[in-house]
Design a protein around this ligand. Structure first.
Ligand SMILES: [Cu+2]
Length: 390
């Protein structure tokens, strides 16, 4: 019994963030906060040329997202899955039993309910900060992020990150952004989409898509709406990853991708050779910044820019650039153990992470909810077989 309860509390299930215990939300917030402290910094110092160092694990996420721009193409889902999986590992360095929980965008995050069906607002100064002013105008996120130096509205010198993409003087990733703002819309995401006459796809419609290209287009569209629905910093793709709420959106995006993969009778969606269908052999198209990234493209920046096949227009990011070159020394870094020279076909990218609506407390797939005929053991084996076939 004791052993059992221990294994449950350590289970890495990703859950609906409004339905977990208050203490688990605190833990998630604390992990975010810790990743922006001196304890969690990448090597180097701010003024190093050509690539600044000394960036916290938290600010690194914005730097990575800005350096790559993987949107509007086949690699949107797998690339963001890699980003999220890596970020979850970092969160666990700060809080060992934390998971990458999701915001179910069918719920209004200001007016939802908790695990005991009591009213719950995710935008409080104990959890995600402020969502908007009472009159609907934009607001700065405030606590807990202000004290944690996730932004600094009153810099005493020139060391801050601007909200403008082309402000060359104020874009050092080691500096705090000058603001995190939000302007959340009233009602649910679906209600707002109707108001602005945008097509809306339900979870069901996304999951029932017949092919990968159809599914990822529907899913990315709703994801785009979700960004603008929260508004402000997160509503601009250049600055979105400065707002912690972005990860709750992206956990939900990945959950729906996983749910599509686990549909009964569609085991090919777990097989790197077949999952991406007609987009399997896609490569980068266009010229930066107007380009889309393909399934064959190596996952940047983690692969290092000196790799063959790395795409034009991408920016180098330490520590996967000189002088650290982690992509050449993965054995030195425990959380870089996976082969860094991977693309979206790699089994660790194709494998769906475990979510509470598809997996039971022991991490096994729930047959009744997702109609997947196998077990997670079969899944692990399938992925292993694919790995050996590479
Ligand atoms: Cu996004």
């Amino acid at each position: 019994m004791a052993e059992n309860s221990k294994s449950v509390s350590l289970l890495p299930l990703r859950r609906n963030v409004s339905k977990i215990a208050n203490g688990d939300r605190d833990k998630l917030r604390d992990a975010f906060v810790k990743l922006n402290t001196g304890e969690f910094k990448f090597p180097g110092y701010r003024d190093y040329k050509p690539f600044p160092g000394g960036v916290t694990y938290w600010f690194k996420q914005d730097e990575i997202h800005q350096a790559t721009h993987v949107h509007g193409g086949p690699a949107f889902l797998p690339w963001h899955r890699e980003l999220c999986n890596r970020f979850e590992k970092l969160l666990r360095l700060a809080e060992s039993s934390v998971s990458f929980h999701y915001w179910d965008w069918n719920e209004d995050p200001e007016h939802t309910t908790d695990d005991e069906n009591k009213p719950l607002n995710l935008f409080t100064n104990e959890f995600m900060g402020d969502a908007k002013n009472k009159d609907g105008t934009p607001i700065l996120a405030g606590e807990p992020w202000l004290s944690a130096k996730f932004y600094n509205p009153n810099p005493t010198n020139e060391n801050y990150r601007s909200i403008y993409e082309f402000d060359k003087l104020h874009n050092n990733p080691a500096d705090p952004p000058i603001e995190i703002s939000r302007q959340k819309k009233d009602g649910t995401l679906k209600e707002w989409a109707k108001e602005i006459r945008q097509p809306f796809f339900s979870d069901e419609e996304i999951i029932r898509s017949a092919t990968f290209p159809e599914m990822r287009r529907r899913l990315e569209h709703i994801h785009n709406l979700a960004h603008v629905y929260i508004g402000g910093t997160i509503g601009n793709s250049h600055t979105a990853f400065r707002d912690p709420f972005v990860f709750l959106i992206h956990s939900n995006v990945d959950r729906l991708f996983a749910a599509w993969q686990l549909q009964h009778g569609n085991e090919w969606r777990l097989d790197p050779k077949y999952i991406y269908g007609s987009e399997t052999n896609s490569t980068a198209v266009g010229t930066p910044p107007e380009m889309t990234v393909g399934i064959m493209t190596l996952l940047s920046p983690w692969c290092g820019m000196d790799q063959l096949n790395s795409e034009p227009g991408l920016k180098d990011v330490r520590p996967w650039a000189s002088p650290d070159n982690w992509h050449k020394l993965p054995e030195l870094y425990p959380y870089e153990r996976d082969n860094i020279k991977k693309n979206s076909l790699h089994p660790t990218v194709v494998m769906p992470p475990k979510y509470d609506d598809m997996n039971d407390e022991n991490g096994n797939l729930k047959k009744e909810s997702i109609n997947f005929c196998g077990s997670s053991k079969d899944l692990d084996k399938l992925l292993e077989d694919n790995h050996h076939n590479d």
